[in-house]
Structure formats: C-alpha cells, structure tokens
Write a protein that binds this ligand. Sequence first.
Ligand SMILES: *Cc1c(COP(=O)(O)O)cnc(C)c1O
Length: 449
Amino acid sequence: MNQAVKIKTQTAFEVRPFKVYTHRQIDKISTLQHISKDLLFEMKVVANVLPFRVNDYVIEQLIDWDNIPNDPIFQLTFPQREMLKPESFERMANLMKKDASRQDIQKLAAVLQSELNPHPAGQMDLNVPALEGETLAGMQHKYKETVLFFPSQGQVCHSYCTFCFRWAQFVGDKELQFAAKEADSLHAYLAQHQEVSDVLLTGGDPLVMKTQKLDQYLTGFLKPELEHIQTVRIGTKSLSFWPQRFVSDPDADDLLRSMEKLVSEGKHVALMAHYNHWQEMDTPIAHEAIKRIRNTGAQIRSQGPLLANINDDAAVWQRLWNDQVKLGIIPYYMFVERDTGAKRYFAVPLAKAWNIYREAMQNVSGLGRTARGPSMSSGPGKIEIQGITEIKGEKVFVLRFIQGRNPDWVQRPFFAKFDDKATWLDDLRPAFGEEKFFFTDEYEKMLRG
Ligand SMILES: *Cc1c(COP(=O)(O)O)cnc(C)c1O
C-alpha cells in the first residue's frame, strides 16, 4: 500500500538563492568591512593554504558578529592566523606582501599543505576495495559492516569547516580525491558482499547534489540483490550550513520523498548530521528542516569532534546534546580532532577531552548519553577513551575499540600510560611497561600488506 506523502509543502520560508564565497572573494563579504585590515590580511594568508568557502546563510544567521573573533561559528568557518605554524604563516604573508604571482602563491601553498599530514589514518591506501581485480576509487571499506561511498558530484560542502579532516580534497589535490563516477560499481560491489549491512554516502557532502542525481544512488539500494543493505546513511553538514536543502530549495520535497520511499521499502535511513555547536541548530529554518526529515521516518544522528576554540567546554556539549534530544536527534559520536590540517589550532589533550565528555554526560538525561567518545578515528580503528584511572599505582588511560580493522579487536579493553599532553593515539605508549599494544603486530602486518 502506498501511503500518502506526509511532507507538507512549506511556504513560510522563502526560496533563498545559494550564495557562496571562496578565498578569492573574501573582500566581497560585506560583514568583513568592519574587521581590521590586519585581521583581514591574516585570514587571506591562511585561506591561501587551507580551503575556505562560506555561504551567506552562515554569515547572516549563524555567526554572531558582535562576538568576533570568538564566535564558534566564525571560528568554524573563517581562517585564523594560528591555524598555520608561525614560520609557514610568515612565508605566505611575505610572498603576498611582495605581490607575488598566483602561480608562486600556489606553489608555496602546495608545499605548506604537504606539511599538514593530508593523508591521515591510511585512508588512501588501506581501505580501498576492489571488484574483479580493479580497485574502486571513491569507496572505502574499512569496517566489515559498513561501506563508505564518495559520489563524485558530492565532493564539496555548502560551507567548509576550518577543522575538516578532508580539507586536502578541497584544495585541488587531485590525487587525494576519492570520487566515484557512478553508482553501478558500488551496487555491484555491495551485491558481492553479503556481510555489509550499512552504506554511508559521504563527501564532501552528498547533499550538495541535486535530488535527481542523488536518487540514482539511492534507488539502487532497493534492488533485490541488495536486500542485505539494511541502512542507508548520509553524512552531511547541510542541516547546519544549508537547512534550505530540506525546506525551501526547489527540490527539497523531492529529496524528502526519496528518503520516505527508502523508509517505506523497509530501509533504515539515517542522516549522520555533523554538529559542533548548539548555535548551528538554533534558527527557525534549522528546526523546520529537522521536523521535515523526521516526518519521512528517517533518523537523524549527530556526530562531531571536540575542538579547541569552538566547543572545548562541557556546557556547550551539554546544551548540544540536550537540544538534540529535544529536537529528536540522537547523539552518536564525540570525536577527537584528527592529526591533520589545522590540528595545532584545534587539538585538545585526550585527558581534557575525557573530562569534558564526562562532565557533559553527567548533566544530561539518559537519552542524551548515547554519544560514544571521545573517539579517535585512527588507522587501526575507532578508539574510545573510556576513562583515566590508577591501577596498582600506575596512572593509565582505559581504552577500547569501538570499531576495528579486525572485528575481533572491538570492545577489548586496553591500557596506555597516562600522558596529560597526548592528543592522539600516536602519542600513547602501552601501560605496565609493555612494549606494544595487543593489536600492534597484527596492524603492522596489515600495513605491509
Ligand atoms: C566511522 C566509520 C564507519 C562507521 O562506523 P560505525 O561505528 O558503524 O558508525 C565506517 N567506515 C569508516 C572508515 C569510519 O571511519
């Protein structure tokens, strides 16, 4: 039986043209006219190295311009001087002051970018699947049940996050772009892998695609040979940066109908919404978007990293998770900022991250305590800081795999020496005088292939 579509056409929100600014258009952003010349220059220096893209919904409705430069959404989208090493900043600044050519600036930018660990966690080499001997660019299959797919038309976002671990894809490093041309190879691969239950469309942001394009990927999951695909996840920042996508864009209703169709055919549809701060969910159109998505029967789960200068405060997470529960969003992951890009600006020590997580957890109801973390998406897997404790006189981190490159590693507790400065797995050493972690040998073997 075909149920009537529950989505009502929304008229309260006008159709808004999507206007976006990239690094060469910083001077055209009118709200920046009031910012000091020095600050503006600093932003341009950094924007030559790290990708910059912001749209005017973010500028006009999410950023509080009375709170510059501290406003979290300003920090989330606008480049800041300390995102680069002082030497790197000076080199780029000097070149710009000399009115160097576009070419010279790009040459230096490429050098500085290559110093920022653009390939974290082995994602270029280790996780790429193959079909009949051919590697499938545009896909990653790291954890048994879930295949990631990067549709080529979804490799940008409505705005860029300054911390984004996929930043290298946005600065024209073609080698870094995993992008798949069409859905056929995805569907063929999935048909051969009965162990896969989840597909995650990711990017960039797949929801920059027009519904008609996206639909080519989505409807394929309804083929009988893909019955084992239970869940279709869509990773997106659009609920924050462009809620119009679900409300007033010309094809917003079509998108919701596609999602509703998957749900009615028995798939679990999950929007994996990237949120860093409650301020992103605080506009009427954001609320409307959430309501309309939930009306399709799709779930919204939230994930995002803990970041210095944006959300390294338990009160922010407490409100984020509380507001999400109120709006019907399920908190899913709190991540540790990855070791790439502007990590020097955003890194939070693991010990501090755990304290923030714990304090926020203690102050939300059980329904807000569904977010796991703080979790490091590292080469061997997603590793959660479970706690800090003392065992026989030694202060240690208690860790566990939430996801492992080998499923057998999942949920096994293990221990690292406490280190108040450690910000990533690479900084950690095994506790109790041991030489290696329990997974080290096996992981190194995987690296050697
Ligand atoms: C996080 C992640 C997934 C999904 O893991 P879940 O625990 O199922 O959310 C899949 N693949 C990769 C590469 C990931 O980083």
